[in-house]
Design a protein around this ligand. Structure first.
Ligand code: PDD
Length: 284
């Protein structure tokens, strides 16, 4: 079945959706995005993603393509048309396509934002647990990682460095402390305590992170938001990542050091279970 995608008001077969070569995201990386997961045909934490999208747009002085109710309706329609039970909806807003290349932002009166959405069908997404091997790499990204921009070249290079090293993903390190994963937030567990870096411009404010930390407290686990090193994580009982596309995924190896017995940790798996249960209940 050909996937139906959304582009600036139209629902089109993916092969027919075309964007200008002058689009600011293509030339300048001038765009923001969100990835919302779908479970049981419903959207997980849509409000969180819509709120973060609005924040990204505000921070970059980028006009919103439409209001958030309309965005919800587009998400739902695409999920329905494409028959998605489990998977993701990818959304991207760019500063649009002016007539020519120019560093200066175009006039928002004449250049309207580009809005693109497409679905990714991932049957079995919730059931699949693949414990991860992680390597550490330097964090050389720009200083506004709290804005979810499409400038993903370094995260993409990080995934390739991990792959070449026989690992699954990379955690990035700045001034000796872990910031986050290439496309996820990073955590370790020691005893009853979950440790993860505090929110700042250094990391993306994960929507899954917010939910998991809330559920952790309900599950009687302590949460400590602070800087931590790779060495500290290597000495932990368990580690894990969170994101909209992996939920909670256990980490079993960091820079060649095996955590615990090398199996997915019971607390991380429990957090994943709670997250999935609660998210399904609240899905819209
Ligand atoms: N990535 N940190 C980074 C750098 C990310 O790219 C992501 C998400 C997260 C987790 O955020 P959330 O829980 O809101 O998904 C943290 C998405 C999934 C992606 O790029 O595909």
């Amino acid at each position: 079945m050909t996937r139906t995608v959304y582009l600036n008001g139209d629902y089109l077969p993916e092969t027919e959706a075309k964007i200008s070569i002058f689009d600011r995201a293509f030339l300048m990386g001038d765009g923001v995005y969100e990835v919302t997961s779908v479970l049981g045909g419903k959207l997980i934490d849509f409000d969180g993603h819509a709120t973060r999208l609005q924040r990204s747009l505000n921070e970059l002085d980028m006009p919103a393509p439409c209001d958030m109710d309309e965005l919800l309706a587009i998400h739902r329609k695409l999920v329905e048309i494409n028959g998605i039970e489990e998977g993701m909806v990818y959304l991207q807003v760019t500063r649009g396509a002016p007539d020519d290349r120019d560093f200066v932002f175009p006039d928002p009166e004449t250049t309207k934002p580009t809005l693109v959405l497409f679905t990714q069908n991932k049957p079995g997404l919730a059931e699949t647990v693949k414990p991860l091997k992680i390597i550490s790499i330097d964090d050389v990204r720009w200083g506004r990682r709290d804005i979810k921009t499409v400038q993903l070249l370094y995260p993409s290079m990080g995934k390739m460095m991990a792959k070449k090293a026989g690992a699954d993903d990379a955690w990035m390190v700045q001034d000796g402390f872990v910031t986050e994963g290439t496309s996820n937030n990073a955590y370790f567990i020691k005893g009853n305590k979950i440790v993860t870096r505090a929110l700042s411009n250094d990391i993306l404010h994960g929507i899954t992170r917010a939910a998991v930390l809330r559920f952790a407290q309900e599950a009687q686990m302590d949460v400590e938001e602070r800087n931590f090193t790779i060495e500290e994580a290597q000495g932990a009982d368990e580690a894990f990542i969170t994101s909209a596309s992996t939920f909670v995924m256990p980490v079993v190896e960091i820079d060649g050091v095996t955590l615990g017995d090398g199996q997915a940790g019971p607390r991380a798996l429990r957090l994943r279970e709670i997250y999935l249960d609660e998210s399904r209940k609240a899905a819209i």
